[in-house]
Every structure is written in C-alpha cells, then in structure tokens.
Ligand binder design. Sequence first.
Ligand code: FAD
Length: 516
Amino acid sequence: MAFGSGSLVWFRKGLRIHDNPALEFASKGTDFLYPVFVVDPHYMKPDPDAFSPGSSLAGLNRIRFLLESLVDLDSNLKKLGSRLLVLKGEPGEVIIRCLEQWNVKKLCFEYDTEPYYQAMDVRVKEYASAAGIEVFSPVSHTLFNPADIIQKNGGKPPLTYQSFLKLAGQPSWASCPLSITSTSLPPVGDFGNCKISEVPTVTELGYEDTGQDELTPFRGGESEALKRLRDSISDNQWVANFEKPKGDPSAFLKPATTVLSPYLKFGCLSSRYFYQCLQDIYKNVKKHTSPPVSLVGQLLWREFFYTVAFGTPNFDQMKDSRICKQIPWNNNEDLLAAWRDARTGYPWIDAIMVQLRKWGWMHHLARHCVACFLTRGDLFVHWEKGRDVFGRLLIDSDWAINNGNWLWLSCSSFFYQYNRIYSPVSFGKKYDPNGEYIRHFLPVLKDMPKEYIYEPWTAPLSIQTKAKCIVGKDYPRPVVFHDSASKECKRRMGEAYALNQKLNGLVSEQDLHSLR
Ligand code: FAD
C-alpha cells in the first residue's frame, strides 16, 4: 500500500474534464486521485424481453453513447496522467466498498436532483460522514441550483417559465471565468484487490451485433461535444437569430437545432460553458433573440423543468401529483404498440417513431407531434406510457425534461389549450411537401407520389401498385381517423377538465371548512 491519502471523484453524469468542480476539488491537496465510474448492470444488462435491443431501462443507442463517452473520458484523463477506474455493481454499494478499502479522505461527486440519485446519495453521504470522509457535492449539471430558486419562491417551485425567469435572474457565476481545464492530475492510488476494468464494449456487456441497418449518427464523449458546440455556434448570426419553435422538424441531414441534448444529458458538455459561449456571442452582435425562443432560452427551459421536477412530489406520475390534471386515459395496449412500433398508418408519425428508434433523437416539434398524437390528439393513451418509450429510446433521455414535456404535451400541466391539436397530415407537409423525411425513415413509401405520401390510404390502387406499397399489406391502414378521433379526444379532455375544476373546488371547500 502506497503512503499518503487520496480523493475519490465519482463520475455519474458530468462525464467531462472541462468545468468540472468535483474533479477540480478532488485533485487539490491530495496525494492520489481515484476517478471512478460504476457500471450498473441494472442499467446496462441486455433485456431479451424488451421491445428493441437494449436493457429494460435504456435502448442500445444510449448505452453505446454512454460507453463512447466513458472511453473518451478515460482517454482525456490519461492525457492528464490519470485514468478511469471502471467498477461493476450497484453504484452506491460499490462506492461504499471503495471508501472502506482505499485510503480516501475526500469524496467528490456532482450533485444530482433526480430521485434515484437523491436516495442513493443519502446512503453514501451517511457512510462517508460516519467514516470521517469529507464530502463535496457541487451543483454543476445545471446553471442554477433548483433549491435556491424554490427557496426564493417561498418553498414552492415556480410553475410558469416567466415566473421562473424573474426569480432566476443572472446565474451568480455568470460574470466570472469558469475553470475550464486542469493541466495535470495526481496519480491514481493503489486499488488493492478491487476489481477494476477498462470501459466495456457493447459485446462484452452481452449484446449481439444486431445488424441494425442505421445507427445513431451521434457519437458520445466530451471531445465530440466540444467539437459539436464549436460547429453549432461558429456562425454568430445563426446563434443571434435562433428562434424556436421556428425551424424545420423534418430536416435530418442537417438538423435545425444544435443536437447538444445528449451531451448535456450525460454532462459531456457543461451547460454553464455553453451558456457563457452564447453570452460571448450576444455581446458581439447588434441584436439577438431572447428567451423563451433564443438558444439561451432553450437552456432556461431545461432549468425550468429541473426546478419544477425537484420541487414537486410525484412529478413523474399523474397519481398524487398536485400539478397534474387527472384524466381518464385509455389503457389500450394495441394502440400504444402501434404508436411505439411505427404502425399507426400515418407516415409523418411513423417516420418520427422510426427516427426515435434508429437515432434516439428527433427535433423538438417532431416530439410534439408524436406526443400529442399518442395522448390528447388521437389515441388518448396515458402520457406515462409514451414517457416510458421516450425514456428508454432517447439518447438525451432526461428524467426532469422528459416528464416535464410529456406533462406539457398531454395538457396535463403547464399548457392547457387542449383544442390545439397537431394534424398528423398537414403539419409535416408544411415543412416537407415532397416527404423526403418520410421516404428516408420509411423506405416502404419511398416511391409513393408526393400527393399521397402523407395519406397513402387515399392513393388509388394502381398508384399503390406502381409504388410497390399496398396499404393494408405493405404499410398499415390508419389506426384511427384523425378527424373523428381528435374530436372525441377534445370532448373527453373537456369533460376531464370540468371534473378537475369541480374536484379542486371541493378540495378547497373542505380545506376552508377545516380551517374554520
Ligand atoms: P436545442 O434547440 O439546440 O436546445 C439546446 C438545449 O436546450 C437542448 O440540448 C436542451 O438541453 C435544452 N432544451 C431545448 N428545448 C428544451 C425543452 N423543451 N425543455 C427542456 N430543455 C430544452 N429533451 C431532453 O434533453 N431530454 C428528454 O428526455 C426530452 N424529452 C422530451 C419529450 C417530449 C415529449 C418533448 C416534446 C420534448 C422533449 N425534450 C427532451 C426537449 C427537446 O425536444 C430537446 O431538448 C431538444 O429537441 C434537443 O435538441 P437540441 O439539443 O438540438 O435542442
């Protein structure tokens, strides 16, 4: 055993060297540094019963993205004289075992607001403090500390974006330079008989070569994140004029937005560094867009959902949630499966669901369309079911943002105009009249004339035959008729809203009564 004491930096998200306060603190005043990542079999293990390759919690695209991010982190640590120590098991238990066996005086890890980490971190911190180990757990995944915003608002999270903006103001660190990169790191300490491995490959995790014809074009890792950031913001005017929801959701060769979400999700990119780069550009242009539509505005949507999610019990469910409308959704497994498996018979919807499965990423408005279609627009299926499918397949899958947006799109919270429904036919056509997006993701329709590509069931049989796509045989008929289905959905939403109002009235009557 080497002499001296060490620090353990525990990577979970925050898979980067730049702007990493936990890594920086761990490296200071220590003889050894243990940079650890724990591979959790529960998250990574192949699930043969899942509807697509991957574990029960994550699709293979995201698992691959995570492994690529770890390989890149290891390589960046090696450049600084260190390496990544990969261990396997239930992460909380593994870290406690490391603390028992190694001579560690400091434990550093990024603070995480997700319930899964909150529960685990309590256990680990309890062990560390009983063992006299210093714990440093800074907020660096988000621009703001959600707890500070909630405190400023009298203990409750703000429920509108505008009220969030008012409370948040400028981040406290915004005017100081961020510590971007260390130049060297302390050597790795002796790890005794702990089983350390290299970053596993997907094959070592038990995945077979799936022969999937099209994999996600997005590669994981900090190096790729910084390159993508540089490319995305290289055109100052593009950044200055960025305006969402303007932008073409069907653009897939060159997406209309940055596609930095998977890198922010795993912390390969620091949101604070991204924010500062954008502020630097704003300083150098004559005028620029503002929140909610600007690029900084997008980062603030992320903050908004993190804050509400952190301050709302049962944020991820309808039951026992004080912000979620109670709606009697259908429990129709066949409709859910048709949506999930891109078999609704609406090419615009199905193409988006194929992009989700193949790429693990779609444009924001494309997500709007399929989420609306599944819930209050056409199928009236529970938003939690759609949330789970996104949660597993998206490479940027993020607990707070995914739940927040599903609550929004299903008109269960935040947004209540349930009469505004996306048409599964005319919405996509507006952007892509030739249907290039559909032809790419649904090659069965590649020869369908543009007049019919959004509604192939209306094509005469002779045209279907010529296009080698017979509806009902090669491509499904629509699972519902949009006009009647959307009318019925609006009627049911109207009824549910009225009932919610009545129930709220009753509750407050009772509350008042108990106060008297
Ligand atoms: P850009 O437009 O370039 O924005 C930059 C960053 O801002 C994004 O990377 C993201 O971190 C943040 N951002 C942008 N839009 C939003 C938003 N509406 N809410 C919160 N943050 C935002 N985003 C996720 O990161 N993870 C999810 O699991 C997720 N699930 C979603 C589910 C539904 C039903 C919907 C409608 C949207 C969901 N989003 C999710 C939000 C949004 O669609 C993506 O963040 C965005 O499309 C990512 O692409 P981008 O990086 O090019 O975004």
